[in-house]
Design a protein around this ligand. Structure first.
Ligand code: ATP
Ligand code: MG
Length: 148
C-alpha cells in the first residue's frame, strides 16, 4: 500500500519539516502496487528530502497518490526555490546540482534524483518534473500496479 508507505515516511520526516516550519500534506487512499518496497521507500525519501531541503522556512509541500486503471501516480509538489529552465534538463544526471544549490549550506552530492530515476525506470514507470524558479517544483511519478 503506497499510501500507507508515504504516510509512514511523512511521520519519519515530521520533526525535520516542523523544525523548518514547512507544512506537509498528504492526499490519497489505500493503493496497492506490486513493487520493491525498499526501493520505492528510497524514491519517496529522496523526493521528500529534496522538497524539504529546497523549500524555505514557512513554505509548503504536498504529496498525492492517484489510483488509475493500470498505473498509480505519485505527485510531490513544493513551494520552494524552484529550478531554472537551464538546469531542469540536467537534474537527473549523476552529481548535477543546480546553480542555486551548489553554494548553499544545505549539502548534497547530486545523486538523489539519478537514483530515483533508475528505480522508477527499473519498475517500468515514468518520472516527470515541472518547475518555476522561485515558485516551486512538482515531480510526477507513475508506476504500473503489476509487474509484467
Ligand atoms: P543528494 O540528493 O545526493 O543529497 P542533491 O539533493 O543536490 O543531493 P538531487 O536530489 O539529485 O541532488 O537533485 C539534483 C539537483 O536538482 C539539486 O541539487 C537541486 O539543484 C535540484 N532539485 C532537486 N529537487 C529540487 C526541488 N524540489 N526544488 C528545487 N530544486 C531541486
Ligand atoms: Mg536530493
Amino acid at each position: 500500500d503506497i499510501s500507507e508507505l508515504v504516510q509512514k515516511m511523512i511521520m519519519n520526516f515530521d520533526k525535520q519539516f516542523k523544525n523548518k516550519q514547512v507544512e506537509i500534506e498528504f492526499f490519497g487512499d489505500k493503493t496497492m502496487v506490486v513493487a520493491d518496497k525498499d526501493k520505492i521507500s528510497q524514491v519517496i525519501i529522496n523526493l521528500m528530502s529534496n522538497a524539504l531541503k529546497y523549500t524555505q522556512t514557512g513554505g509548503m509541500a504536498a504529496i498525492w497518490i492517484h489510483n488509475n486503471d493500470e498505473i498509480i501516480s505519485l505527485r510531490i509538489k513544493d513551494s520552494g526555490i524552484g529550478i531554472s529552465k537551464e538546469d531542469l534538463p540536467h537534474i537527473f544526471e549523476r552529481f548535477y546540482r543546480a546553480e542555486k544549490s551548489r553554494n548553499r549550506l544545505t549539502g548534497g552530492s547530486g545523486i538523489g534524483l539519478a537514483i530515483v530515476k533508475a528505480i522508477v525506470e527499473a519498475h517500468k514507470g515514468t518520472i516527470m518534473v515541472r518547475s518555476n524558479l522561485n515558485q516551486g517544483t512538482e515531480f510526477v511519478i507513475t508506476l504500473p500496479k503489476q509487474v509484467n
